[in-house]
Design a protein around this ligand. Structure first.
Ligand SMILES: C[S@@+](CC[C@H](N)C(=O)[O-])C[C@H]1O[C@@H](n2cnc3c(N)ncnc32)[C@H](O)[C@@H]1O
Length: 275
């Protein structure tokens, strides 16, 4: 059996139905993996996070409440709409951008714009090995040099491994959900272009799900290198910080109108515009 399993639209429909029927399918609380990742992001001075397969946003809002700018993607439109609504209600719209996107397509972002990419149990969905390799290449492209890619996947030590209906190599349909189980060897093979720092294990939920939690880093390239696609983006870190500040100050309810005008005037003068 090869890993080149062809996916069909059925899983997207399944996730849409699951999220439409239950407001917090994975619970209200953020995952343990998100809490661990947040500690790492704080140590690493991460400001902008791309979250892939965000579901209903239990981890998105942990990051946003901690002041990180989160771009959260999922192909389930019901989940994305719910996140947008909640971000507005919690006055976090300045920090949360939720977008519907299928990760089998190129990521809709320029090179080198994110400090970190986070995904919890996305890469182990109905994706072939080739699709996962393509996605990891896309993540590498949109991360800044030295940026972090952290992801969790169902492991070959999970008690559901090799149960259900087999659809491809290490891909099984179990109770309506398609799961691609990972081995440590697969994680190492897929880390091409990254420095692989850690493979941890974590258990989640009552099943419980047995997860590999992976931390990788995009290699830093010399600024002067001809092959450095991030060369033109060397201003992105200070600009991101400037953007964080502007977003936070101009968010509804943070400052009164007059103070907002003063902030905008100061910003215009700082970048040399005629206010
Ligand atoms: C196991 S759930 C995890 C959700 C969320 N990370 C959490 O832990 O609460 C997997 C998520 O990946 C999304 N997903 C699956 N395949 C996808 C694809 N090809 N593109 C984008 N999202 C996908 C599903 O809609 C679902 O929200």
């Amino acid at each position: 059996m090869t890993s080149e399993h062809k996916s069909n639209p059925e899983q997207k429909t399944h996730w849409e139905a699951v999220f439409s029927q239950k407001a917090a399918f994975f619970g209200e609380e953020p995952s343990d993996f998100a809490k661990k990742s947040l500690d790492l992001f704080r140590r690493e001075d991460v400001h902008s996070v791309l979250e892939l397969g965000c579901g209903q946003g239990r981890d998105t809002f942990l990051f946003a409440r901690s002041g990180l700018r989160v771009t959260a993607l999922d192909y389930a439109e019901a989940a994305v709409a719910e996140i947008r609504k909640r971000a507005a209600a919690d006055r976090l719209s300045a920090l949360v951008i939720a977008q519907s996107h299928d990760v089998r397509q190129p990521l809709p972002f320029p090179d080198c714009g994110f400090d970190a990419c986070y995904s919890h149990m996305l890469l182990c969905m109905e994706l072939s090995t080739a699709e996962i390799a393509f996605l990891l290449g896309e993540i590498l492209r949109v991360l800044r040099p030295g940026g972090l890619a952290v992801y969790s996947v169902r492991s070959d030590l999970d008690k559901h491994y090799r149960t259900g209906i087999q659809l491809g190599e290490d891909i099984y349909k179990i109770g309506g959900f398609v799961v691609h189980f990972f081995t440590e060897e697969k994680i190492k093979k897929l880390a091409k272009g990254y420095d692989l720092s850690v493979i941890d294990r974590l258990k989640e939920g009552s099943l419980p799900r047995d997860l590999y939690c992976v931390t990788m880093r995009k290699r830093a390239v010399s600024e002067a290198s001809q092959d450095n696609p991030c060369k033109e983006n060397t201003m992105s870190a200070p600009l991101n910080r400037f953007q964080d500040f502007m977003d936070a100050s101009l968010a509804p309810g943070v400052l009164d109108q007059k103070t907002k005008q003063l902030v905008a005037l100061g910003a215009a003068l700082a970048v040399g515009c005629d206010p």
